[in-house]
Design a protein around this ligand. Structure first.
Ligand SMILES: Nc1ncnc2c1ncn2[C@@H]1O[C@H](COP(=O)(O)OP(=O)(O)OP(=O)(O)O)[C@@H](O)[C@H]1O
Length: 218
């Protein structure tokens, strides 16, 4: 399993075990597969996604990313694991405005010393970005910008791709195109995708669906 979450609880300051944002959440996500997490606003979706990416601490239970138990790790080891195995795609594309599309796509992989130009070319081609590589983010549509963000995330060849409402800023057509591409590329690269969405249509495109309510998934 790329991601294993077992009976995880998480409280924010002021919460009790009864009102905890997460009250015993478990899930499994295998390489090459995808999971959609839905739930009302404030139900804890982003919290769970952040825990799955080793970006925050949980109170009890266990999370394993690619076989490594997070509860045993020091902060520096968590950061190293994140850099090695996890990529993120957000609703806001978070591209660097002063860098070209080419530079944006390769940025994280270069910083991690893992830039593979051949894989970069494949990604740019598959994402329909080959003609845009020398442009800057502001010269692209929202759907194109999100494809750049997906390229940047996958350029690292992460084991786990986390996506928080990745098509939340896109219209229906762009959203469907971005989702199709992301799912294809995730499968081809053997990554696992954990995606938070409000959309039941998007959730329906993924292999597994979980709904978060009152701190638990069903
Ligand atoms: N850093 C924090 N400190 C205290 N409470 C927090 C913190 N982050 C989130 N919360 C609370 O935890 C709950 C879950 O928040 P979270 O952002 O995980 O929900 P969500 O399901 O992703 O919501 P949305 O769909 O609106 O983005 C909310 O009640 C929120 O106010």
């Amino acid at each position: 399993m790329v991601l294993k979450i077992r009976n995880v609880t998480k409280t924010y300051p002021g919460q009790t075990p009864e009102t905890a944002v997460l009250r015993g959440v478990s899930l499994d996500l295998a390489a090459g597969s995808s999971l959609a997490l839905t739930g009302d606003s404030g139900s804890g979706k982003s919290t769970l996604l952040h825990l799955a990416g080793a970006l925050d601490h949980f109170d009890s239970g266990e999370i394993e990313i690619a076989g490594t138990r997070l509860s045993n790790l020091r902060d520096r080891q968590r950061a190293a694991l994140r850099r090695r195995d996890v990529s993120l795609v957000f609703q806001q594309f978070n591209l660097i405005p002063s860098l070209s599309i080419r530079q944006n796509i390769s940025l994280h992989a270069r910083l991690g010393n893992r830039w593979d130009p051949d894989w970069g070319r494949v990604l740019a081609e598959r994402l329909g970005l080959t003609g845009f590589l020398d442009r800057y983010p502001e010269q692209l549509s929202g759907g194109q910008q999100q494809r750049v963000a997906i390229g940047r995330a996958l350029a690292l060849r992460p084991k786990l791709l986390l996506a928080d409402e990745p098509t939340g800023n896109l219209d229906e057509t762009a959203s469907a195109a971005v989702m199709d591409l992301m799912l294809e590329l995730v499968q081809e690269s053997g990554a696992a995708l954990f995606l938070v969405t409000h959309s039941t249509a998007i959730a329906g495109m993924l292999d597994q669906r979980l709904h978060l309510q009152l701190g638990q998934t069903a």
